[in-house]
Design a protein around this ligand. Structure first.
Ligand code: SF4
Length: 164
């Protein structure tokens, strides 16, 4: 069995400094985690072999453009926990919902350098990873689906760590 073999029951790890794997690039210490591939209305994310630090130039490259950074890239940033509307107090609600509403895809966990510090993996285990490539940050359809899981929950913010 390889390290990346899909196992939705893979034990979540205990780490202290965790990262949100679907964040805004303007957050401190953010990383480019992957690239967004679009095919019509469908989007998928290819995780980079080596995530790279977001620089001022990364953000400036999109200044004045109608294309948002999140249209092209997936970013990761340190999880702000109580600073994020998606934090329940002990868990990320987005990760909880993703494993409920999205199908598991693929037969192996995607290769991912973030895994040892990823909040979604720490919380939901391999089930999160098997859905992760389907997540495009700021995708209105996905956001609506996530909000429909628990109508009473706080709507997803776009300027805080958005765990989508
Ligand atoms: S959910 Fe899994 S695949 Fe996605 S960023 Fe976290 S560790 Fe990587």
């Amino acid at each position: 069995m390889t390290e990346n073999r899909a196992d939705e029951n893979a034990a979540p790890r205990r780490e202290t400094a965790r990262f949100c794997p679907s964040a805004q690039p303007s957050l401190g210490n953010s990383l480019v985690l992957g690239t967004v591939n679009r095919l019509g209305e469908e989007a998928s994310v290819t995780l980079l072999e080596h995530p790279v630090k977001v620089t001022e130039g990364t953000i400036l490259a999109f200044a004045g453009s109608q294309i948002r950074p999140t249209d092209v890239f997936r970013f990761a940033a340190p999880c702000e926990q109580c600073g994020c509307n998606n934090w329940s107090g002990s868990t990320c609600r987005v990760a909880e919902k993703l494993v409920q509403i999205l199908p598991s895809v693929g037969s192996e966990l995607p290769r991912c350098k973030l895994r040892s510090v990823c909040q979604w993996f720490a919380q939901e285990g391999g089930a999160a990873c098997m859905r992760c490539p389907q997540v495009q940050t700021d995708n209105a359809s996905l956001e609506a689906a996530l909000n429909s899981v628990a109508p009473a929950s706080i709507p997803l913010a776009t300027d805080t760590p958005v765990h989508r």
